[in-house]
Design a protein around this ligand. Structure first.
Ligand code: SAM
Ligand code: DTB
Ligand code: SF4
Length: 352
């Protein structure tokens, strides 16, 4: 079994990045098989509960109020509207519902609605996940108390490159929010973005910062920059696809038991690239034709790809869930779900 380490050095990580591609993928895939079923990919649904006009200046983000991206802004959605979307997600087989808000942090007036959303989502029998920006200790406690399962808060990039991308909040602020979430007993979802013009050493630095947290995040989203017109990164040179796959592979090796999510950017990836990402250790995706504001592949396309690869789509994202084996999976009716009531929740690639 590969060790769970928290003392990764930058040069060791860079040495992994610089391995011959086949050696790196072999190592990552071997680690992956020690901890996970390699033919299982977990899926979650995502909803933007408050869109645009964010006071932060993240250079990649279409929702920042600092840039003109012609995005239609929306106030916090009504609780009932959110629950309606959650019901739809549940009916299509999802077991986790992720809600994202374009906030620096939640305001006190918004908190009661957010808590009601968590309670409502839980009452539907779904797991809940939120990403609302920075939190205070009181807000963290309230989210945990309402039953929030996961909190997503990304480190985004290396500590050195961070100030080139965001000036309105610090790396230390992010680490503090992660510590609050961890200490409150919620599961941590934390990763970052690549393809922002960072150096390989920055990609290594992001993974180093994540892997050397006191506890590895349960879930590690790796986003490939979606270049949105109007943002400062709109003309950024796309990252070499093989370098993206290397990033997934190194994340898998550094955090062997964490679920690695092939997150934003899939719309621009071909099927071969996604298949390589699954081989390299990615075992989670967002499912549905929209991320927060940008397009994502249609669910039916994902199901078709899963069918061709013999992958089972499963609606969750923690190693504990995988071990417990108790999570409902996507409704794969369009691509060959099996018949009996328990199995119906799982797409059975072998049946197609
Ligand atoms: N406002 C909250 C925050 O930043 O903590 C939560 C929502 S924010 C949109 C969540 C994450 O989405 C960011 O940390 C970033 O990693 C990712 N993201 C945002 N815009 C992106 C883009 N254009 N391409 C890829 N990932 C993006
Ligand atoms: C994460 O790391 N990626 C997701 C989720 N956490 C909330 C969001 C991706 C957003 C991509 C740009 C957009 O759709 O606005
Ligand atoms: Fe706001 Fe989050 Fe976008 Fe940054 S990433 S501008 S904090 S919504």
């Amino acid at each position: 079994m590969s060790d769970i380490r928290h003392d990764w050095q930058r040069d060791e990580i860079l040495a992994l990045f610089q391995l011959p591609f086949n050696d790196l993928l072999f190592q990552a895939h071997s680690v992956h098989r020690e901890h996970f079923d390699p033919n299982q990919v977990q899926v979650s649904t995502l909803l933007s509960i408050k869109t645009g006009a964010c006071p932060e200046d993240c250079k990649y983000c279409p929702q920042s109020g600092h840039y003109n991206t012609e995005l239609e802004k929306e106030k916090l959605l009504e609780v009932e509207k959110v629950l309606e979307e959650a019901r739809k997600a549940k009916n299509s087989g999802a077991s986790r519902f992720c809600m994202g808000a374009a906030w620096r942090h939640p305001s006190e007036k918004d908190m009661p609605y957010v808590l009601e959303m968590i309670r409502g989502v839980k009452a539907l029998g779904l797991e809940s996940c939120m990403t609302l920006g920075m939190l205070t200790a009181e807000q963290t406690a309230a989210l945990a108390e309402a039953g929030l399962d996961y909190y997503n808060h990304n480190l985004d990039t290396s500590p050195e490159f961070y100030n080139d991308i965001i000036t309105t909040r610090t790396y230390a602020d992010r680490l503090e929010t992660l510590a609050l979430v961890r200490d409150a007993g919620m599961k941590v979802c934390s990763g970052g973005i690549v393809g922002m013009g960072e150096a390989q050493s920055d990609r290594a630095g992001l993974l180093q910062a994540l892997a050397n947290l006191p506890v590895h995040p349960d879930s590690v989203p790796i986003n490939n920059l979606v270049r949105v017109e109007g943002t400062p990164l709109e003309n950024e040179e796309p990252l070499d696809p093989f370098e993206f796959i290397r990033t997934i592979a190194v994340a898998r090796i550094l955090m062997p038991a964490s679920v690695v999510r092939l997150s934003a950017g899939r719309e621009e990836m071909n099927e071969q690239m996604q298949a390589l990402a699954y081989f390299a250790g990615a075992n989670s995706i967002f499912y549905g034709d929209k991320l927060l504001t940008t397009p994502n592949p249609a669910a039916s396309r994902d199901m078709q790809l899963f069918a061709r690869l013999g992958i089972n789509g499963k609606a969750s994202c923690s190693a504990a869930d995988v071990a417990a084996g108790g999570i409902a999976a996507v409704d794969a009716a369009s691509a060959g779900a099996t018949g009996d009531s328990k199995q119906k929740l799982y797409y059975n690639a072998a049946a197609s």
